[in-house]
Design a protein around this ligand. Sequence first.
Ligand code: HEC
Ligand code: HEC
Length: 348
Amino acid sequence: MIAALMAAGCGDNLPAKPDASHLLPDGGRSPVARGRYIMNTLGACTFCHTPLNPDGSRDTTRLFAGVDCFLDIDPTAGAGCVSTRNLTNHVTGLKNATDQQIKNAFTKGMRTDGKILAPLMPYYIFHNMTDADVDAVVAYLRTVPGVDHTVQPNEPPWSLINDGVPTVCNMLGTAGAVPCVADAIDPATIPMPSPGFTEMASALRGRYLSSMVGLCIDCHTPELPHAGPIPPFFPRPIDMSKAYTGGRIFAKQDLGLIDPLYPATITTRNLTSHATGLQGFTLTDIKAAIALGKDRDGKAVCAATHGSLISPYAALDDADLEDIANYIASLPPVDHDTAPNCQGPVVP
Ligand code: HEC
Ligand code: HEC
């Protein structure tokens, strides 16, 4: 029974609605409500910053309290653990941080203790948020109940980034190395909808929601090419010349999947309207994949962000889901054949 519950929480991607009782029904009108929606739903902050219960559901009593060893790239080597930070109103969280320090952290990659944030934290996406949305996130964070939790320190290579030691992500100027800078994504390089797309206004709103607050572009774009011996799954900025064409490779546990039926690694899919992408998908198909985690064959999408007990996207506003789906449908076709589509269990 426990095993079945865990599978439902972490592995099976059943399209259960998440517990949304901590979300007040005020429809995103005040800055606090907008920030709450960004952090719990659209920006998926909670996916990384809130610990899970043993049954695989999100522990809403410890909302945004940080997760120890959130990701471990090498569990055998005593290295590779990175923790997400405590963002709550407690001294072990962000209680004593100024508004500006918090903004510098999530939009510029400067940690509130003066260290450099590891780019697993997608600050290079949030860098392009509007000022109003940035302010809304801070306004909401000030209302999050404090939880006493000092997160476990990061291990190498993450701690090397934190301390500013040159790593593949911040070695500027070395041939082939990749700078890991906050403004890695020039908004002008984010694809525009195909000219003449019928729902242009909606698609343009969706472009902002999917690429500057939401993390769709981050997971569905390949990383920049490897430059030398880099540990597998070590995040680097994304290759904007291939935006939304898929091909980013994840270890399954980093997508919230533990069930042995899933392959060890999962490659994201080309979302453009090419035959190697989503050509032939209706708006309804695209929405079902995002918010219910159900693909066109009725199988679970292989990512706990889509479907599952902890899917933030299950609670997307209808209007935002429509805008995001229109933007995806509007993406100009790009030929990029990624790995064969991963298919989870049949979704009832
Ligand atoms: C993919 C996982 C992930 C997502 C999504 C994510 N974060 Fe983070 N965040 C991290 C990690 C990991 C760290 C710590 C990295 C480090 O210590 O180098 C972090 C650190 C932070 C910090 C720094 C806190 C401090 O003590 O300086 C802030 C602030 C923050 N995140 C806010 C946010 C907000 C706001 C969102 C959503 C808009 C968000 N995060 C989404 C993984 C994530
Ligand atoms: C944490 C990474 C992650 C994020 C964030 C993410 N996706 Fe995905 N997405 C995936 C993975 C992994 C798959 C499954 C790939 C497979 O099954 O081969 C997927 C599948 C999909 C599919 C289904 C394609 C199919 O095979 O039917 C669509 C559509 C999609 N994502 C759209 C989005 C949109 C829109 C967003 C933002 C609201 C988004 N994704 C955010 C990782 C992510």
